[in-house]
Write a protein that binds this ligand. Sequence first.
Ligand SMILES: *Cc1c(COP(=O)(O)O)cnc(C)c1O
Length: 238
Amino acid sequence: MTEKLLTDVFDENYAEIKKNIEKAALDSGKNPNDIILLAATKTVDVDRINYAIGKGIDYIGENKVQEFLSKRQDYSPCHKHFIGHLQTNKVKDIVPFVELIHSVDSYHLAKEISKESKKLSKVTDILLEVNIGEEESKSGFKKDELLDNLMEISKLEGVFVKGLMAIPPMCHQKDGNIKYFKEMYKLFIDIRGKNIDNSGMEILSMGMSDDYEAAIREGATMVRIGTALFGKRNYNKD
Ligand SMILES: *Cc1c(COP(=O)(O)O)cnc(C)c1O
């Protein structure tokens, strides 16, 4: 019975989110079809994820290597992204199976992705994560070191920098993150203007359950939504 309930909840949440995305896009002069909704599927079991895929979710993102590996063979066809912190020694487990890694936070990590991708004769798309709130506890490049790192990373074979990603500081006020979204958008546009070889600024991944509409209004092209789609996570299973 809970199964039924969960799917109903998903249907309602998904309809609401689609509507909100459309409105935020139109309000700010963007085409709603240019905004990608990625479902953040940590702790959500594969049956529920596949239900969501059946309903139209095309992109999913996992943030833990072990969890991704245990689920990956069971997902229905979809675009699979990795969105969590990635250790270099886990890169080889992820690279064969994902389309985009959102969370590249060091040259060292990009180099490892490059190495593993070359072994497979593939090019892995990556985003550079920016620690936009300059928080000690978070990974990501600092704003002022981003460009130099991008220049070096874009020289690596086997990786292609597709854009930027950020997780702004936890914020309890509505719209409190707008200033960080604005800063991210500025970085994104400034870098795009530089036309750096072997990189393209197409994806700006920012905005989660509490702030995705603001993120879209400030220029996000991809939002990563978990709780607002699937309900509260059950961390006991972690
Ligand atoms: C879990 C997660 C999200 C989604 O968070 P919600 O607040 O549940 O929408 C987005 N991005 C990353 C990197 C995550 O790990």
